[in-house]
Design a binder for this molecule. Structure first.
Ligand SMILES: NC(=O)C1=CN([C@@H]2O[C@H](COP(=O)(O)OP(=O)(O)OC[C@H]3O[C@@H](n4cnc5c(N)ncnc54)[C@H](OP(=O)(O)O)[C@@H]3O)[C@@H](O)[C@H]2O)[C@@H](O)CC1
Ligand SMILES: Nc1ncnc2c1ncn2[C@@H]1O[C@H](COP(=O)(O)OP(=O)(O)O)[C@@H](O)[C@H]1O
Ligand SMILES: [Mg+2]
Length: 281
């Protein structure tokens, strides 16, 4: 297993082309939130926007529209109960993140199924949180033509892989990933998270226990979505997303005992500017 080098940040985060516009930086659809978990949708979409996604749409339950619009006026909202509008949005976005705060209701199950059945090879889908629980519970097959990124914590990976945590070894994880979908990327979140992709296994040597607070993973999903939207789907892009999330969290943790996800999000534009100015252009 190789440690992800800090150089990946300057390799991935490039200065923007002056002639560009928002359409060049990724259209991201975030299918997230439910009555009990509105905050997850807010954190995930704020993180996608703060990490530079060109356009972000949040498909959620309408009771959360006001909170979302007040907290993140940059994001558009859409009612995920309206299948036709949702299908349109799935069609029109290059990156789709599904799961944060979605819950495991029959509506959530239908949403995961709709995404699995309607994405194409040109798109990237990030399955996180409740979407992973639904996939495990419903035994959904991951045979979509899109690029797939799965971001489970160890409890979610246990549900998906049937590996209890002591048995989540590199060899076992690789084998289970092959069985689930041999072309997808697995981000296994823990202290020093791991990335599995075909024969590549990477580890992030950053992050701290101050990050063990609700919403930190929802935030990472938004950053991965924003990064893939701008910098393209690759293990390098995903590594950079993980590294910036944990690097900012480590900086905050030098002075603050608990690392609030909202604080990580607030610092994203500044850190991206710092790394882009060091990039070779
Ligand atoms: N503000 C909001 O709106 C927030 C909304 N959120 C949303 O809540 C939904 C549920 O997500 P979830 O991750 O909180 O709970 P769940 O799916 O029950 O999994 C936990 C189970 O796995 C186990 N476990 C083992 N290892 C673990 C590990 N490393 N990290 C975590 N758990 C670990 C754990 O064991 P235990 O803690 O009981 O020992 C338990 O049995 C989801 O949609 C999410 O997005 C949250 O993001 C919070 C902020
Ligand atoms: N002790 C720790 N050391 C390093 N990183 C941690 C630690 N605890 C949590 N994290 C990170 O915080 C995030 C937690 O994700 P997750 O459990 O999905 O949170 P949530 O679903 O509440 O948003 C992951 O990126 C994980 O790697
Ligand atoms: Mg999570």
């Amino acid at each position: 297993m190789k440690n992800i080098s800090k150089n990946v940040l300057t390799q991935v985060i490039k200065p923007r082309n002056p002639e560009s516009y928002k359409g060049n930086y990724g259209k991201v659809l975030i299918i997230a939130g439910s009555t009990l978990f509105g905050g997850a949708a807010i954190l995930c979409s704020s993180a996608a926007i703060a990490s530079g996604a060109g356009l972000v749409t949040v498909a959620t339950t309408p009771e959360k529209f006001t909170a979302l619009n007040v907290k993140i006026p940059e994001a558009m909202t859409l009612d995920y109960h309206h299948k036709k509008e949702l299908l349109n949005a799935i069609h029109n976005n290059s990156v789709i993140a599904i799961g944060p705060g979605l819950g495991t209701s029959s509506i959530a199950k239908g949403l995961v199924k709709t995404v699995l059945e309607n994405t194409t090879a040109k798109q990237t889908v990030i399955f996180d949180a409740s979407a992973l629980t639904v996939i495990a519970e419903e035994k959904f097959i991951l045979d979509t033509p899109s690029n797939i990124i799965m971001t489970p914590h160890q409890g979610e990976w246990q549900r998906l892989s049937n590996l209890d945590i002591p048995n989540q070894t590199v060899a076992n994880n690789l084998q289970k990933l092959q069985e689930l979908n041999s072309k997808s990327v697995l981000v296994l979140k823990k202290h020093f998270s791991e990335i599995y992709y075909q024969d590549q296994i990477l580890k992030i040597a950053a992050g701290n226990p101050g990050m063990a607070t609700g919403g930190m993973g929802d935030t990472l999903t938004g950053i991965i979505a924003g990064f893939v939207g701008q910098f393209g789907y690759s293990v390098q892009t995903i590594s950079a997303a993980l590294l910036i999330h944990s690097t900012i969290a480590d900086k905050i943790n030098q002075k603050e005992y608990v690392v609030l996800p909202t604080k990580v999000i607030d610092k994203l534009p500044k850190y991206m500017s710092k790394y882009s100015s060091r990039s070779s252009k």
